[in-house]
Structures are given as structure tokens and as C-alpha cells.
Design a protein around this ligand. Structure first.
Ligand code: ZN
Length: 212
């Protein structure tokens, strides 16, 4: 494999990018000046260096965004701006697949609680769900929180999403029942096969209102 094929393979691993698009990215970079390439690599490095993972919701965020985190380097927990915002409703926890889903829900403005990013979906027939999603971390998160009243499952209504929902629901029910935490699922305003990431704000608002 030569270097351009290697780069193509890396781009093809990006979410939503197929082999043809990956090849176009490689040709695009081949046409760019050395200065552009240098800046490109530098920017990627800077993003990676300033990226933090929130210990509460597992969301990746850029340090500059979280003004509240700045003065408190002493604090052990790394928390994102949402988890450290005392105006959020701490009694509700929404479980979403990825950061992009979180962004869609935030944009809708319909939700003021906290989040947990699952980090992926479990394909049907997959034998090791723990390797696909942050199930252990989610269970710890719920166990260590005494103030939760409701957990909202906001996963995709694709077959893999539904499968993941079943696994997560089964796992958290055992913890939620003795703590009297209600488990709800986003309403069917979100049509079958829909991915939360691409839902518009009105759809999300309705699905949240009609949660069961
Ligand atoms: Zn967080």
C-alpha cells in the first residue's frame, strides 16, 4: 500500500465517508500547498490537545468552551459546561448515542436536564455489547446519583438503535426500580428508521413531549 492509499483508508474510516469521498479528500490534499498541509496538521494536533472527556456525561469537549472549568484546576472531576451548569435540571438524565445527537437535542432548546453519551450502538447479533457502548460507565453514573427521577432513552429508531435500546433498558431497569427512577423512551414523533442527529428541532420537541 502506498502513502496515498494509506491516507485514503484513514479517511474512509470517518463517519459517513465512503471510499469515493475518501479518494476525493486525498486528491484535494495533494493539490494543496505545503503551508496549508502544515496548518492542517497543526490544527488537528491543537484540537486533540485541548480535548477533554467529561467524567459525568462522557462527552468530548474543547477546554476553552468550558469557562466554568478554568479557575478550578484543583477540582478532580473534569466536567463539561452542561454538567457543571447548576441551572440544569439534575433529576433528568437523557441517554443519547453520540455527541452529534446531543447537539441536535441542545439546539432544539426543549431539554434542560443532563446527558449521557453512550458512544455507539450495538449491532444485532453482537455478542459483546460492552465493547460497543459505555454500559459499565452508565451503570456507575446511575448508581452514584441519588437525585435522579427520570432517565430518557433517546436512541435512534434504526434496527441497531432499537437493539441497543433493549440492552440498555434491561441493564438500567435493575438499578432504576429500587431507586424509583422512571425510564421513558422518546415518543414516536420520531419516525421508524430515524436518526436523532438528523431530526429537526420541532420533531425533537414533540418526541420529548410525547415520551412514554
Ligand atoms: Zn458532561
Amino acid at each position: 500500500m502506498n502513502s496515498s492509499q494509506g491516507l485514503e483508508e484513514i479517511f474512509a474510516r470517518f463517519p459517513g465517508i465512503g471510499p469515493r469521498q475518501a479518494r476525493r479528500f486525498v486528491y484535494y490534499l495533494m493539490n494543496k500547498s505545503p503551508t496549508f498541509i502544515k496548518e492542517f496538521i497543526q490544527t488537528i494536533n491543537e484540537v486533540k490537545k485541548s480535548t477533554n472527556e467529561c467524567e459525568n456525561c462522557r462527552r468530548f469537549f474543547i477546554e476553552e468552551e468550558s469557562g466554568l472549568n478554568q479557575p478550578s484546576k484543583k477540582r478532580q472531576k473534569t466536567l463539561c459546561d452542561i454538567c457543571s451548569d447548576l441551572n440544569r435540571d439534575r433529576s433528568v438524565l437523557m441517554i443519547v448515542t453520540r455527541e452529534s445527537d446531543f447537539e441536535s437535542v441542545e439546539k432544539s432548546g426543549a431539554y434542560k436536564g443532563l446527558y449521557f453519551i453512550l458512544g455507539g450502538t450495538v449491532p444485532i447479533l453482537d455478542k459483546e455489547p460492552e465493547k460497543r457502548i459505555r454500559l459499565r460507565a452508565l451503570l456507575d453514573r446511575i448508581s452514584n446519583d441519588s437525585g435522579l427521577n427520570e432517565i430518557i432513552l433517546s436512541l435512534n429508531t434504526t434496527p441497531d438503535g432499537e437493539h441497543t435500546m433493549t440492552i440498555v433498558k434491561e441493564a438500567i431497569e435493575k438499578l432504576a426500580r429500587p431507586k424509583r427512577i422512571k425510564i421513558s423512551v422518546l415518543g414516536r414523533g420520531l419516525s421508524t428508521g430515524a436518526e436523532l442527529e438528523y431530526a429537526d428541532s420541532d420533531t425533537i420537541r414533540n418526541a420529548l413531549k410525547n415520551r412514554q
